[in-house]
Write a new protein. Structure first.
Length: 137
């Protein structure tokens, strides 16, 4: 998405991440959001269904030539309908189109239970497992 308004990015992040306790960007100002989205190597892609935003992903190119699927998810109304398979396939396709040396992502137990099986089905394999504690509101 070219020139995404900060308010729309905030909406996507909050709507997709609400059930999974995505908190790290909730306090970002418009300026912080626009600076991030304007960073070299950051791209935002939005999936629409019948004109409504259904989900999104962010790609972030790193200095080592890898491309991270930095954020990925569906709005609650569009889960369990097969959209996640399509959206992840497109995210991987767009990441490789950037001539990535490696395409990667993070997941955790706070993500949707369907996330890891979807990642594995699209060719990802677990690299490292680690535990940490997060305080949730």
């Amino acid at each position: 998405m070219e020139e995404c308004p900060a308010s729309f990015h905030r909406y996507l992040y909050a709507a997709v991440g609400r059930a999974y306790h995505w908190l790290d960007r909730l306090g970002w100002t418009d300026e912080q959001t626009l600076a991030y989205l304007g960073s070299p190597g950051v791209t935002l892609w939005v999936l629409y269904c019948a004109g409504a935003p259904a989900g999104y992903f962010e790609l972030k190119r790193h200095e080592d030539g890898s491309v991270e699927i930095a954020y990925f998810g569906l709005l609650p109304e569009f889960t369990r309908r097969g959209f996640g398979k399509h959206l992840l396939t497109e995210a991987v396709k767009q990441a490789w189109a950037q001539r990535a040396g490696r395409v990667w992502l993070h997941t955790c137990t706070l993500d949707d239970p369907a996330a890891l099986p979807n990642y594995v089905a699209r060719g990802f394999r677990p690299f490292k497992t680690e535990g940490y504690v997060a305080e949730l509101p």
